[in-house]
Design a binder for this molecule. Structure first.
Ligand SMILES: [Zn+2]
Length: 258
């Protein structure tokens, strides 16, 4: 199993970060990708990845923080991206739900980081909320020069997933598919398994049966289990195929197990 998206740099893990990684390992999670949301957390992600076998990093600025993006900051992110443990640029994208940065600034920061992904030839991790059409339209401009990527915590239906696959991208599902009556569970059951990767987005979006508490990378096992149920496939088969998708997309080589 792989947790393709978490935030172990967040303060929720201040006291138990190493334990969270060890517990994930013990639960059968082979790799974790820690995702940057700003310059500080990107640096933290790289250091965490360097210090831990099986942990990888993504570097980038979240749309909430788009207002902080300057040429100097982009150069710093670009420098971090050259570290061998960095496997993606992210999370980047558009968030018209919270609108914490003005939308034109969000689009500008998104484009600048898409350029960074083209330069570094790294896949991208996309955050999109209430902004799906704009996100797809912008990614399409860059798609032919990009190394693919993933729409994380995929918020759409099967038709929107098709638009993502047309770009050559994957979709990622997290704890939400374990919630009763979740629309995302229906999408997950409809789209081809070869386009799916899984995640926790820890410390957020904790899956059933731990819903309401802090999320941990080890809980990705509940998301794998739910996907197997939705696909009516053996758990081992789902694990093998999803992990292969993820390893291929991000070029993961080194795991806890060696
Ligand atoms: Zn995230």
């Amino acid at each position: 199993m792989i947790d393709s998206h978490c935030h172990l740099d967040f303060k929720q893990f201040e006291q138990n970060r190493s334990e969270a990684i060890e517990n994930a390992h013990a639960a059968g999670v082979e790799s974790i990708i820690n995702i940057g949301t700003d310059l500080e957390s990107s640096k933290f992600s790289v250091n965490l990845a360097r210090a831990n076998a099986g942990v990888y990093a993504a570097v980038g600025v979240h749309p909430h923080d788009a207002s902080t993006v300057t040429d100097t900051l982009l150069a710093q992110i670009g420098e971090l991206a050259s570290d061998p443990k960095v496997v993606a640029i992210g999370e980047i994208g558009l968030d018209y739900y919270r609108d914490r940065s003005p939308r034109d600034i969000q689009r500008k920061a998104f484009r600048a980081q898409l350029n960074l992904a083209v330069e570094s030839q790294l896949p991208i991790v996309i955050h999109t909320r209430e902004s799906f059409d704009d996100t797809v339209e912008i990614v399409r401009e860059y798609a032919s020069s990009l190394r693919g990527g993933v729409f994380h915590c995929f918020p759409g239906d099967a038709a929107q997933a098709e638009a993502v696959f047309d770009l050559g991208f994957h979709v990622s599902f997290g704890g939400i598919i374990t919630f009763p009556k979740a629309n995302m569970a229906r999408t997950a059951s409809q789209v081809p398994i070869d386009k799916i990767i899984l995640e926790t987005d820890a410390p957020f979006l904790t899956p059933v049966p731990h819903r309401g508490k802090t999320n941990y990378p080890e809980y990705v096992k509940h998301v794998y289990r739910k996907l197997a149920e939705l696909k009516e496939m053996p758990a081992a088969e789902v694990e093998k195929r999803v992990d292969r998708n993820c390893q291929k997309l991000f070029g993961l080589v080194d795991t806890f197990g060696g």
